[in-house]
Design a protein around this ligand. Structure first.
Ligand code: AMP
Length: 431
């Protein structure tokens, strides 16, 4: 299968070739024909599968062949849960559409309204937005959705987790009934299925085996280490192996800040990225990390969600996540779309149950590596884990055997963790 078999026009094939892609990923091979045929789509695919091109390419194809009824009103609306994802999707639209005369715009909160108003008034074909900021514009009549022909809901499960569904319903009420809807979600809980059923008309279901579920290309390792020695071990690993681009996950925003500071003090160029940082600071940190001005980006789970960093070589779990599926999401940040990568987890005695849950989900043991000088002290006893809110311990361990991407009947992913870490959301709502 090649991109030219998919019936895409020459301008798109040229942009694809310039990106260096030679074969469509499974989600692209399956989704592109469905979208080109004008069908509604319900796709189970997470970040890292190439899903963005899976909807962006056929959308660009459709818009460039179908006559526009308005020069100003957006013809496509893509809704995303986070600002970063909105910016990245719009960047993909620009990349793949660079040889076509179509205009795109990302609108999200945390930055000024005025430039967005100006851009909206000057005409946009493809609008990528977070729900909150879009509603602000709609209430001020800066945007008109009456010309939307295609609606994309990206990372619908995250939008559900983050409480965006009422906003999305308000937005959809302003879009013509006659439209094509594309619905992407990493997981398909009953809630997500219900949501999809209410938004989609006779959808074609596309499910790709999550590359993250097997994480074939990710070399995973566990380093058992005492909590108080994690920082020194991380510094040693980075220095000894000369890791130059490392995404490090912490459980809390405070933990992310402290660790980034300590790494800086140790001479490792680092920054933290999380919901309490201004949009400007987050954008700059990501750009500096991508251009290797920074070697380490310390992030919380929600902040890292949707970050698109090509061929990220190293992911470190400084602390294991509370929900095993988040481990799979985290390590999926490396080894994306065919590249290989390494994931290291620093695990202290408090986290042994979390590690067991993760290994149960993966259906295999993760390789354990001992670093001389960092052997855990056997006299240290496990303590409850804090979750970002003082005095709160982690929820009882839940073991799950359902692989990510498969349907589950229990509450949507993250219900427990989100309840225990509500502060992770602040600043990430679209306003
Ligand atoms: P996504 O899942 O849309 O976030 O894409 C993940 C990454 O895969 C992005 O960095 C894309 O640039 C890259 N990518 C998308 N499609 C392909 C392809 N067909 N071949 C190689 N890389 C791709």
């Amino acid at each position: 299968m090649s991109f030219s078999n998919l019936g895409l026009r020459a301008e798109l094939l040229r942009a694809i070739a310039e990106e260096g892609y030679d074969t469509p990923t499974p989600i692209q091979a399956q989704a592109i024909p469905v979208v080109l045929a004008g069908r509604d789509l319900m796709a189970a695919a997470q970040t890292g599968t190439g899903k963005t091109a899976g909807f962006t390419l056929p959308i660009l194809q459709i818009l460039s062949t179908r006559a526009a009824t308005s020069r100003v009103k957006p013809r496509v609306l893509v809704l995303t849960p986070t600002r970063e994802l909105a910016a990245q999707v719009e960047e993909s639209v620009r990349t793949y559409g660079r040889h076509l005369p179509l205009k795109s715009l990302a609108i999200f909160g945390g930055v000024g309204l005025v430039p967005q108003i100006r851009a909206l008034k000057s005409g946009v074909d493809i609008l990528v937005a977070t729900p909150g900021r879009l509603l602000d514009h709609l209430s001020q009549r800066n945007a008109d959705l009456s010309g939307v022909e295609i609606l994309v809901l990206d990372e619908a499960d995250r939008m559900l987790d983050m409480g965006f569904i009422p906003d999305i319903k308000k937005i959809i009420a302003l879009i013509p009934k006659q439209k094509q809807t594309l619905f992407f979600s990493a997981t398909f809980s009953d809630d997500i299925r219900g949501l999809a059923a209410s938004f989609l008309h006779n959808p074609q279901l596309v499910e790709v085996a999550s590359r993250n579920a097997t994480a074939d290309n990710v070399q995973q390792r566990v380093y058992h280490v005492d909590k108080s020695r994690k920082r020194d071990l991380l510094i040693q690993l980075i220095n000894d192996h000369q890791w130059h681009q490392v995404l490090v996950f912490t459980r809390t925003k405070h933990g992310a800040n402290t660790l980034a500071e300590k790494l800086e003090n140790a001479g490792i160029r680092s920054a933290a990225i999380h919901g309490n940082k201004s949009q400007g600071a987050r954008t700059k940190a990501l750009a500096d990390f991508k251009s290797l001005k920074l070697n380490v980006l310390v992030a919380t789970d929600i902040a890292a969600r949707g970050l698109d960093i090509d061929q990220l070589p190293h992911v470190v779990n400084y602390e294991l996540p509370n929900v095993p599926e988040d481990y799979v999401h985290r390590i999926g940040r490396t080894a994306r779309a065919g590249a290989s990568g390494q994931a290291a987890s620093l695990v202290c005695v408090d986290e042994h149950t979390l590690l067991r849950d993760i290994e149960r989900l993966l259906k295999r043991d993760i390789e354990k590596v001992a670093v001389p000088g960092f052997e855990p002290d056997p006299s240290i006893r496990a303590e409850p884990i804090e979750n970002g809110r003082r005095g709160q311990s982690r929820p009882p361990s839940r073991s799950r055997s359902t692989p990510p991407g498969a349907s589950r009947s229990q509450p949507a992913r993250g219900t427990a963790s989100r309840q225990n870490a509500p502060t992770h959301h602040s600043g990430f709502r679209g306003r």
